[in-house]
Ligand binder design. Structure first.
Ligand SMILES: N[C@@H](CCC(=O)N[C@@H](CS(=O)(=O)O)C(=O)NCC(=O)O)C(=O)O
Length: 213
């Protein structure tokens, strides 16, 4: 397997943690993409992923898989013992639901704040993305507020259960952690009173997979 990504960036981190959780990291060739230089917006990369984002997984048969959730589902099922995406219909559904909330209300909202309300990845990348749109800064700030509301939501969830989707660590936890890492990138602070979320982060950061990623 080959993964095109940028080490240390939030969404690539989601897949790197999943690979480490499954013990597959050493079976992957990582190919660094020059994100700041705009390589991901060039035709050669767009042919791998028309969305122009990382990470992208390339399989032995040449198929390209983008989207962290899809990549995580792929690696989680390779050994027939899904541990991150749910082993029963019920667990699969709850994890899928919480994963979607972690994307929509946290990591993707932070990404919008980062790209539209801050200098983001710099003018070479961002100007292409930000068409001349008078409301773009206001949209970015609104998404920042949405991300902070998302932090409060997950704080409430984690007051009643040890992990984002219930009693077990899952890909939904990985996505919330990616969202908090992205928030740090974007200088979007976790509210002081989100004590359950902060305690959960301290706990999951002790996982070998997180330390290794
Ligand atoms: N929904 C995508 C999001 C991927 C994404 O936005 N990746 C960022 C990198 S990261 O900063 O989120 O880690 C990217 O490629 N951004 C390039 C750009 O926005 O031009 C996924 O799940 O893979």
């Amino acid at each position: 397997m080959k993964i095109y990504d940028v080490p240390g960036f939030p969404n690539p981190l989601r897949v790197r943690i999943a690979l480490a959780e499954k013990g597959l990291t050493d079976q992957v060739e990582f190919v660094k993409v020059d994100l700041l230089g705009g390589e991901h917006k060039e035709d050669a990369f767009l042919a791998k992923n028309p969305s122009g984002t990382v990470p992208v997984l390339e399989l032995e048969d040449g198929v390209y898989i983008s989207e962290c959730t899809a990549i995580t589902e792929y690696v989680d099922h390779l050994d027939g013992k899904p541990a991150l995406t749910g082993a029963t219909p019920r667990d699969k559904a709850v994890i899928h639901m919480m994963q979607k909330r972690a994307e929509a209300e946290l990591i993707d909202a932070v990404a919008d704040y980062f790209h539209y309300a801050t200098p983001g990845l710099g003018p070479k990348i961002e100007d292409g993305k930000k068409t001349v749109w008078t409301g773009r800064d206001a949209f970015g700030r609104k998404q920042g507020d949405r991300a902070v509301a998302g932090m409060r939501y997950f704080d409430q969830i984690l007051r009643d259960q040890p992990y984002v989707a219930g009693d077990q660590f899952s890909m939904a936890d990985i996505t919330v952690l990616g969202g908090l890492v992205f928030a740090g990138f974007a200088k979007l602070d976790v509210p002081e009173d989100c004590t359950a979320l902060s305690a959960w982060r301290t706990r999951v950061q002790e996982r070998p997979s997180v330390k290794a990623a």
